[in-house]
Design a protein around this ligand. Structure first.
Ligand SMILES: [Zn+2]
Length: 180
């Protein structure tokens, strides 16, 4: 289109055919991690790159990244923003709560094995990537699962490019996984 508005040529990414359901207590990072796996992409980092953004920006609720994920997932950008862990000065905001950095476990991946078993049992299909990261698992103060009363497990010091890529860690967990 000669002489057209430059913005008119910036195409909005299309909604994906293969989707995941965002769970009520799921972080945006976990959701996008599952969406990548659902679409057969090896990591959330590579998946986000396909759409011209980064997984880090998605995790932190960057407005443009949020718009991209909203467009490809069909979700409301406000919901994605709420469940992101957004930096605010030296604090973080998540789901309406202001949190101190020390109170969050963002480098290590924490999970309850029984919750993940429940996810699989309650899902009609494993290819929907039903196992998801609960936002409360980010909180260092929480040592046990409130539903199963068992200690949360931790995958320590995940490789930097896969921080917060929940599904990647579930698929690649190694003997380094141990109880905290
Ligand atoms: Zn549990």
């Amino acid at each position: 289109m000669a002489g057209g508005d430059a913005n008119a040529t910036r195409l909005k990414p299309a909604k994906l055919a293969l989707l995941c359901e965002l769970m009520p207590d799921e972080t945006t990072a976990s959701f996008v991690s599952r969406l990548a796996a659902r679409n057969g992409v090896g990591s959330a980092a590579v998946f986000c790159k396909h759409f011209g953004t980064t997984f880090r920006k998605v995790c932190e609720g960057d407005p443009r990244a949020k718009g991209i994920i909203a467009a490809i997932s069909g979700l409301d950008p406000g919901v994605l923003s709420n469940m992101a862990v957004r930096p605010l000065d030296r604090l973080f905001v998540h789901n309406g709560q202001v949190l101190r950095k020390e109170g969050l476990s963002r480098r290590d991946v924490r999970y309850c094995p029984s919750c993940l078993d429940d996810d699989l049992e309650q899902s009609v299909r494993a290819d929907l990537v039903p196992q998801y990261g609960r936002s409360q698992w980010l909180f260092v103060i929480l040592a046990r699962c409130p539903h199963h009363s068992e200690p949360l497990r931790t995958i320590f010091n995940p490789r930097s490019e896969h921080i917060e890529d929940f599904t990647w860690h579930l698929r690649n967990r190694t003997p380094s996984t141990r109880l905290p």
